[in-house]
Design a protein around this ligand. Structure first.
Ligand SMILES: O=C(c1ccc(-c2ccco2)nc1O)N(Cc1ccccn1)C1CC1
Length: 413
């Protein structure tokens, strides 16, 4: 529940607490005199003494006395001005938890697409009526010409390439985007005019919704904000949470933390957002019931990457514990017999630890015979940092705190 001061400041910012007579429009200067026209401020939250009085205290930086603060809080409630938005949406796993898809409604009337929420990128792009028909194989497309609230962002283009070699590009519209009851207007919706074959092959995926920092949004010439950044001003709290699950639907919430969704307490850790990602440093790891190795792992929390990609030294240490695990160059990764019972992998977050159960690390069979299975932990060789993808994140309840100094919160569940 936002504090009264927070709400007051917000109201003051919107001018709702401004005097009933808005800033006078400068009139015509006649000779030495200046006539100004006063207009009513339609936004003024009515004739409410406590607001006017509180505004005076805020204006002069004086603390608002308790009873006045209570009076204002009551008024805010009566006027329904204390309501802030939140949203919640299920995240359904596809293809061995390779990705998680969530329904997103775009435009008026609503066109609902299944998007992959990706904390590793910052573009909201969709298959659309502009995507070549040969590149659309089963996807649901967004048609801006059928939305009364769509506006073409004239001259704007976007182009993105992902770590797995996939890519897409196109034009840009702004439109209303609704996720789990949370509606945001004028969000940049990037329409795909080209998609690589990896995207065409994924019939269930209608696009991506980027939740990394807006500093790596690829729209040119004017970079656009992410859905989360556009939603922030109306959110109860500037956070979203990812609660992904093993082999079943998880959930993304916006604007609040559901304390019933995790065990124990959240441990927060610092984020370096200078590269546009949710980057943090885990101070150590353990394999199975072993002791914690204080080798730190610096990487990003990336819901858009399936696996846990860590330094080769850590990968070797993990698979050394598994008889018949081997590096299969034809698969470019570690594989093991599908019947193997795998040790867990623990990563530290601050003074706490997240344990990834062994079964989460059996990603998928490498062939139809199903004898050999691909590991959920692989090397981050060549990337420059580690990636805590779904294999790591689905063992935790994760808070992406987008406040003034961004941070990540982790809890077991
Ligand atoms: O796929 C990406 C990825 C996401 C967004 C962007 C991007 C470019 C421009 C804006 O965003 N570039 C990426 O590469 N991974 C994960 C990954 C997986 C495997 C290898 C390399 N990386 C980024 C988050 C690290």
């Amino acid at each position: 529940m936002p504090s009264t001061a927070f709400l007051l400041a917000g109201l003051a910012a919107t001018g709702a607490l401004a005097s009933p007579l808005a800033h006078p429009r400068v009139g015509t200067a006649v000779g030495q005199s200046l006539s100004v026209e006063q207009v009513r401020n339609a936004q003024f939250a009515g004739r409410h003494g406590p607001f006017a009085l509180a505004k005076a205290y805020i204006k002069y930086g004086a603390p608002v006395p308790g009873d006045l603060s209570a009076a204002v809080a009551r008024l805010l409630q009566e006027l329904g001005l204390d309501k802030r938005a939140t949203g919640s949406v299920v995240a359904t796993p596809a293809q061995y938890d390779a990705e998680y898809l969530s329904p997103v409604s775009i435009g008026t009337p609503a066109q609902t697409l299944m998007l992959d929420f990706d904390t590793g990128s910052s573009d909201l792009w969709v298959f659309s009526s502009e995507t070549p028909k040969s590149s659309v194989q089963g996807q649901t497309v967004y048609n801006p010409s059928k939305s009364s609230t769509a506006k073409k962002l004239s001259g704007a283009t976007w182009k993105i390439s992902y770590g797995d070699g996939s890519s897409s590009s196109g034009s840009v519209y702004t439109d209303k985007v609704t996720i789990g009851g949370l509606s945001v207007s004028n969000v940049a919706v990037e329409s795909a005019q080209k998609v690589s074959r990896e995207f065409t092959a994924e019939a269930d995926l209608d696009g991506l919704l980027g939740l990394a920092f807006s500093s790596i949004n690829t729209v040119q010439p004017t970079q656009q904000k992410t859905f989360f950044d556009m939603a922030k001003p109306s959110l109860d709290s500037a956070v979203f949470t990812a609660d992904l699950k093993y082999g079943k639907a998880g959930k993304y919430n916006f604007g609040y933390i559901d304390d019933s969704a995790y065990n124990g307490s959240l441990t927060y850790t610092a984020v370096d957002s200078s590269n546009g990602w949710w980057m943090f440093t885990s101070p150590g790891y353990a394999v199975g019931s072993g002791t914690l190795d204080s080798t730190s792992i610096t990487g990003i929390a990336d819901t858009g990457t399936t696996l846990l990609l860590v330094p080769s030294s850590v990968v070797t240490t993990y698979y050394k514990q598994i008889r018949n695990a081997r590096y299969d160059s034809s698969q470019a990764g570690y594989v093991f017999p599908c019947s193997t019972s795998l040790p867990s992998f623990t990563y530290a977050v601050g003074n706490s630890q997240i344990v990834i159960p062994g079964k989460y690390i059996n990603f998928a069979p490498v062939d139809s015979a199903g004898s050999s299975c691909f590991g959920g932990i692989q090397s981050d060789e060549g990337i420059g940092f580690s990636i805590f993808g779904d294999v790591a994140l689905k063992a935790a309840f994760v808070v992406f705190d987008g406040s003034q100094s961004p941070r990540l919160g982790f809890a077991s569940k």
